[in-house]
Design a protein around this ligand. Structure first.
Ligand code: FAD
Length: 465
């Protein structure tokens, strides 16, 4: 059996694991990263990046289709066509460039990458299994678990055949005539909207009372309105019973107990994700768990000395930027730096149309936590840049403490508001007040002016409304 030893052994090459390994390498820590599939993990291969590429392609096609039926802008085109195979190739090209970039960065940082399935032997030893090769044993001082998560399967409607997860939805061979999306969280809606723009008739089934149930109703209203415009039928308060035995349809039951069938060529199940905690010997460590997740403290230490965990396997929010921030921190702590994972805010973005951003506390949350707060909304309908982009739907909302005007939250819905999320997070992280943001000169004409105007409005003197 081959054997080598290292200081840090990382299991999983997703955004959490690869960032931890790169930073550790930069800090001179001998590091080995084990990845069973492709570097980049869910995010680069079958998550964040390919989904945004497909969403962009769908948006462009939809735009062209609108121009084909005439537009107020005076632009007209012939009826557009899409070669979905070429779209997938283009998307794969982006993924390939990014995963290749990760491999190059790991190499530059001196990280040893081992391809194969990592099996934990004990807290200091991992065995890597690779088809056709004898297992390789790696000894380590520190073990970092960054094994990520997988799509949750419905036991009565398992993946296979016409029932697909986001992974298959990101590489369509054809655009289905009728797509039923189960789950109106961000993944289901992002992909459902993309497929509707690509020409599918889309139905979205959601067990809770409205789409994007994790977000407040005021924020999600413009998205619900846009879904109607796209012809997407939503079925809130409905549970899925399974595939119709008679043929291509999904049976659902509404809150009143009435059953019906939705015709489907494909069914995308997007009902959440489960942490990857099985099949690699984790149970041998007997570390403390937090439900399905690995329990960690604010330094991402597990209950076992020198065993660390980051990213989706450690809980919500299951987002790439959280995993990356945790990974960087763990490498720095191992190198001797004093760090804690106590972010003031982690932005959550839905790349729906319009987009939705939530950073920090909503007014409801702040009040529920006993914080007396002021909040104010500035609508994009009063923003010149939004008008020129035909993007008047939506708003920016700021939430601040009443006593000292410290900003505790931002929410926004509208075109391209994902790009405002950094400004939102920075203001909270840096302890900005309403006066700080209101007194910052924002470039004109930009969507970002809505940030300044929301702060001005909270202070009682918005200028453009
Ligand atoms: P992962 O990225 O899941 O990586 C874990 C890696 O570990 C995998 O490569 C896996 O092969 C490997 N692995 C697991 N077990 C072993 C083992 N025993 N041996 C060897 N290797 C192993 N997040 C955002 O922030 N923004 C978005 O816009 C966004 N969009 C998304 C869209 C979709 C469709 C999906 C599915 C997810 C999206 N996410 C998004 C979530 C994001 O992808 C995850 O939060 C992120 O990838 C988590 O990173 P991670 O490093 O914890 O795990």
């Amino acid at each position: 059996m081959n054997q080598h030893t290292t200081t840090l052994l990382v299991i999983g090459g997703g955004p959490g694991g690869y960032i931890a390994a790169i930073r550790a390498g930069q800090l001179g820590i001998p590091t080995t990263l084990v990845e069973a599939a492709e570097l980049g993990g869910t995010c680069l291969n079958v998550g964040c990046i390919p989904s945004k590429a497909l969403i962009h392609a769908a948006e462009e096609f939809d735009k062209a289709s609108h121009y084909a039926s005439g537009s107020a802008l005076g632009i007209s085109v012939q009826a557009p066509r899409i070669d979905i195979g070429q779209t997938v190739l283009w998307k794969d090209g982006i993924v390939g460039r990014l995963t290749g970039g990760v491999a190059a960065l790991l190499k530059k940082s001196g990280v040893r990458v081992v391809k194969g399935w990592a099996n934990i032997v004990d807290g200091k030893t991992v065995e890597v299994i690779r088809d056709g090769e004898s297992p390789q044993r790696i000894g380590c001082e520190h073990l970092l678990l960054a094994t990520g998560s997988h799509a949750t399967e419905l036991p009565f409607m398992p993946f296979g055949g016409m029932v697909i997860s986001a992974t298959e939805a990101l590489s369509p061979k054809t655009v289905p005539g009728k797509l039923v999306v189960v789950g109106a969280g961000y993944i289901g809606l992002e992909l459902g909207i993309a497929y509707a723009k690509l020409g599918a008739q889309v139905d979205v089934v959601e067990a809770q009372e409205r789409i994007l149930p994790a977000y407040d109703a005021e924020l999600t209203r413009p998205v619900a309105h846009a879904l109607k415009g796209l012809g997407v039928e939503t079925h809130p308060g409905c549970s899925v019973l399974g595939l119709d035995p008679e043929g291509a349809a999904v049976r659902i039951r509404n809150a009143a107990g009435e059953e019906s069938a939705l015709a489907a060529d494909q069914v995308l199940v997007a009902v959440g994700r489960r942490p990857n905690t099985r099949g690699f010997g984790l149970e041998k460590l007997r570390i403390d768990m937090d439900g399905h997740f690995i329990k960690v403290d604010d330094q991402c230490r597990t209950s076992m000395r020198d065993v660390w965990a980051i990213g989706d396997v450690t809980g919500e929010p299951m987002l790439a930027h959280r995993a990356m921030a945790q990974g960087e921190m763990v490498a720095e702590i191992i190198s001797g730096k004093r760090r804690h994972f106590t972010p003031a805010a982690i932005a959550a973005v839905c790349f729906t149309d319009p987009e939705v951003v939530v950073v920090g506390a909503t007014p409801q949350l702040a009040r529920a936590q006993g914080v007396a707060c002021v909040d104010a909304v500035f609508p994009f309908a009063a923003n010149g840049r939004a008008m020129s982009l035909e993007a008047k739907d939506g708003f920016v909302r700021v939430v601040a403490r009443s006593d000292n005007h410290l900003i505790v939250g931002w929410q926004a819905v509208g075109k391209a508001v994902s790009e405002l999320s950094a400004a939102f997070a920075q203001s909270i992280e840096m302890g900005a007040t309403l006066e700080d943001v209101a007194g910052t000169i924002h470039a004109h004409p930009t969507l970002g002016e809505a940030i300044q105007e929301a702060a001005l409005r909270a202070l009682g003197h918005a200028l453009h409304i």
